[in-house]
Design a protein around this ligand. Structure first.
Ligand SMILES: *Cc1c(COP(=O)(O)O)cnc(C)c1O
Length: 246
């Protein structure tokens, strides 16, 4: 009897299939696949599973609970590019930055206060600037974090002029949960980019877009996204036994 073939972990298989779909969506959009960053969102998932995906060559991971990322990051290799993707209470900025030296991106700056706290935390640590995305609430849902689209220029300008330790890198949004208005939400974010680029004199490719999750990442790429945040399609459904608060 032949020895069974090595079984690749399901998350790694799923990641490969995500990359295939990303490539196809990028082709349809007429963009290069390399311009789309796949953030593997590992919240609620064990370090061992992240490690499998890391060992398969992936380096870009996202988390959105402070307590969880500061616990997991030190158990994983330093060359991971960590993304924090969501709302953060300003008094947790220091904990986050201090606990995750290799935090590369923060998707979710939605007011001046959090920008100031992040800026100070980066400065206090003397680390390299933190790349940030300004979060825009494009669906109008009260439950969602993010600034009103009409305020995006102001907040982007604020970060650029008042936060020397932050690097304004673009705009982020979360589409509506039932996906009914996804194209509208993504269009709104793309319009925000036009305004920001015009007001701040930036080229369009200097202002990235972070939009698209498991259910709508292909559509997001077709509409110009350069950062897709994909969790359950890679790691399987999440288990919320205990949901820490940010
Ligand atoms: C959890 C989360 C994701 C990933 O969601 P999936 O639908 O599982 O891909 C993306 N973005 C943010 C902000 C999240 O909190």
């Amino acid at each position: 009897m032949a020895a069974p073939a090595a079984v690749e972990g399901v998350a790694v298989t799923a990641l490969r299939s995500v990359f295939l779909r990303v490539r196809q969506a990028a082709e349809r959009a007429g963009t290069q696949t390399e311009r789309v960053r796949v953030v593997a969102v590992s919240k609620t998932k064990p370090v061992s599973l992240i490690r499998q995906v890391y060992d398969a060559g992936h380096r870009c991971f996202g988390e959105n609970y402070v307590q969880e990322i500061v616990e997991k990051a030190p158990q994983l290799p330093e060359d991971i590019e960590w993304h924090f993707i969501g709302h953060l209470q300003s008094n947790k900025a220091k904990t986050l930055l201090g606990g995750v030296p290799n935090l590369a991106f923060f998707h979710g700056v939605d007011n001046e206060k959090i920008a100031n706290h992040l800026d100070r935390a980066v400065s206090g640590l003397g680390r390299n600037p933190l790349k940030i995305f300004v979060q825009v609430n494009t669906s109008g849902e009260a439950s969602k974090s993010g600034i009103d689209p009409s305020d995006c220029v102001h907040l982007a300008e604020y970060v650029k002029s008042h936060c020397p330790n932050l690097l304004f890198s673009g705009l982020m949004t979360i589409g509506m949960r039932d996906y009914t208005s996804t194209p509208e939400n993504f269009k709104t974010l793309s319009n925000c980019r036009l305004e920001v680029c015009k007001a701040l004199g930036m080229a369009e490719d200097e202002c990235e877009l972070s939009m698209g999750m498991s259910g709508d990442f292909e559509q997001a790429i077709e509409m110009g996204s350069t950062n897709v945040r994909i969790g359950s399609t890679i790691f399987g459904p999440r288990e919320y036994a205990k949901k820490p608060q940010n």
